[in-house]
Design a protein around this ligand. Structure first.
Ligand code: SF4
Length: 266
């Protein structure tokens, strides 16, 4: 019997054929009374108590895998150690959704280093940076200035890497803490390659390398620096596929990069 309803109120409600809900108890459902026959007294009030779910029936959402600290000593790693550290890295949440880490490809003493922002879907599947249509456009751009990602000497073959080694889900923008966690790997790659020039492609790559919020349009046409290495910035090939009118600007950027390299003896 509920303390909420007086006997008189319950009688009135019973006359109206109203069903009463009582506060949850753990003692199950009270069976409804049989229906009244026509002409007989009104049907008694049906009192239904919700059944409290047992602990076994409640399935808690699975907790995300905890993150691990980035391996120590990245700044002193050689190529095999660095590759292994990236392959097993769980230092930011992107490790939870990646298929493959995307370490980087190319000549390990290349004069030109290409730095993009983060793997897309195809890169995540294949574990290689700049594949698909954007990768083909990059290959064409490189070919136009006598470079290649195919096997060649350090003057012709480039080294290609991204700021982030794992794909952000749904290709969303990288979060600042993801960039901060991943950047030491790129820094070590740059130290090991020791390129004469970095070509930074796309807004996030440029802004991460140069620690600035300025748009590419304001950073183009000048020579910047990343840990002592000259940096020329340009558009990402995926952007150029969407905005072909800017290909002529990308060509100007490549010419500037080639000129910088010539002046530095490359
Ligand atoms: S994005 Fe970089 S820091 Fe994050 S899990 Fe991948 S390798 Fe590690």
């Amino acid at each position: 019997m509920s303390a909420r309803w007086s006997e008189r109120q319950q009688a009135m409600l019973r006359e109206m054929g109203v069903t009463l809900w009582l506060p949850p108890q753990t003692d199950g459902v009270q069976a409804p009374a049989p229906a009244a026959m026509p002409g007989s007294a009104p049907a008694p009030v049906r009192m239904i108590r919700p059944v409290a779910a047992s602990a076994a029936e409640v399935t808690p959402p699975s907790a995300p895998r905890p993150l691990a600290a980035r391996p120590s000593g990245v700044a002193a790693m050689d190529w095999p150690a660095l590759r292994e550290a990236v392959a097993g890295c769980e230092a930011c949440g992107l490790c939870r959704s990646r298929r493959h880490t995307v370490f980087g490809v190319g000549h390990e003493q290349a004069q030109w280093m290409i730095v993009g922002e983060a793997p897309g879907e195809q890169e995540d599947r294949q574990g290689e940076p700049f594949v698909g249509k954007a990768g083909q456009l990059l290959d064409n751009m490189l070919r136009a200035v006598g470079l290649t990602r195919a096997e060649a000497g350090p003057e012709q073959q480039v080294y290609i890497a991204n700021v982030l080694k794992c794909r952000p889900p749904m290709n969303r923008n990288p979060e600042p803490q993801e960039v901060a966690q991943c950047e030491p790997y790129l820094k070590r790659q740059v130290e090991l390659v020791a390129p004469k020039l970095i070509l930074a492609m796309g807004r996030f790559a440029v802004q991460s390398l140069l620690q600035t919020g300025e748009p590419i349009g304001r950073l183009r046409g000048r020579v910047h620096e990343y840990h002592g290495v000259p940096v020329v910035v340009t558009y990402h090939p995926a952007y150029l596929l969407r905005t072909p009118a800017d290909k002529s600007r990308a060509w100007e950027d490549l010419c500037l990069a080639r000129e910088v390299l010539r002046q530095t003896g490359g």
